[in-house]
Design a protein around this ligand. Structure first.
Ligand code: PGA
Length: 253
């Protein structure tokens, strides 16, 4: 079973015509992708992007957030059943921008993971340390604590639906990337933690993406690492040319 996957995180970028043009270029550029390509798009673009990628081999749709309740009086929020009804397959949960700027707690994130899984959505669950935590030598403790708080209450068969993403906060949108070796060491720790709590097999099968300034120039070296199964790509996913090069690097790894 291949663990490879490449995901785009457009964040709060692009307009509808720009999104249409980008998806059209991606479809044209990788009709034959052997690696699943997941597009994490803003909520208003979910339906139009779904129509563009429907029946296109290898393309999948992700939301960037969801609410932790099924429905109700939550003005401006979007629920798991809404996403499911739009053809969404994945949802990004625990991104550091949500943790930091929207005060999403571990408890809230674990509830978001549960409700996503209840509706058959696959969480892309993000963990990562700040620059200060890295300097203090706390990286492994921070990411394993986030992993445990977000996912360890799940039954093993549900954990199989989860994709993990290691995104050092200091590397997101900064142009600074973890060295492939440093990133791989954190991925290995995450996999080992899964093996200890769940099973060797489940740990071996789990996809763990790296995110934080992934670009064509560093993708090949990152994806060559044993425990790095692909990327969660922000800035470089907004241009077809750079994102296609990253997909090609994942295919070749
Ligand atoms: P970046 O963002 O590639 O622009 O650093 C990655 C992310 O935040 O998912």
């Amino acid at each position: 079973m291949s663990r490879k996957l490449v995901a785009a995180n457009w964040k709060m970028n692009l307009t509808q015509p720009e999104a249409d043009a980008l998806v059209a270029e991606l479809i044209q550029g990788c009709e034959q992708s052997s690696v699943p390509v997941v597009l994490g798009v803003p909520h208003p673009f979910l339906s139009p992007v779904h129509h563009l990628i429907d029946n296109k081999q290898g393309f999948h749709l992700a939301a960037q957030n969801l609410h932790q309740e099924h429905k109700g009086a939550y003005t401006g929020e979007v629920s798991a059943p809404m996403l499911k009804s739009l053809g969404v397959e994945y949802v990004i949960i625990g991104h550091s921008e949500r943790r930091q700027q929207f005060s999403e707690s571990d408890a809230m994130l674990s509830r978001k993971v549960e409700i996503a899984l209840e509706y058959g959505l696959k969480p892309i669950f993000c963990v990562g340390e700040t620059a200060e935590q890295r300097e203090q030598g706390e990286t492994e403790a921070v990411v394993t604590d986030q992993l445990k708080a977000g996912l360890f209450h799940l039954q093993p068969e549900l954990l199989r639906e989860v994709v993990l993403a290691y995104e050092p906060i200091w590397a997101i949108g900064t142009g600074k990337t973890a060295t492939p070796e440093d990133a791989n060491a954190v991925h290995q720790t995450l996999r080992q933690t899964l093996a200890e709590h769940f099973s060797e097999q489940l740990a071996e099968d789990t996809t763990i993406l790296y995110g934080g300034s992934v670009k064509p120039a560093n993708a090949k070296d990152l994806f060559a690492q044993e425990h790095i199964d692909g990327g969660l790509v922000g800035g470089a996913s907004l241009k077809a040319e750079s994102f296609l090069e990253i997909i090609t690097a994942a295919e070749a790894a």
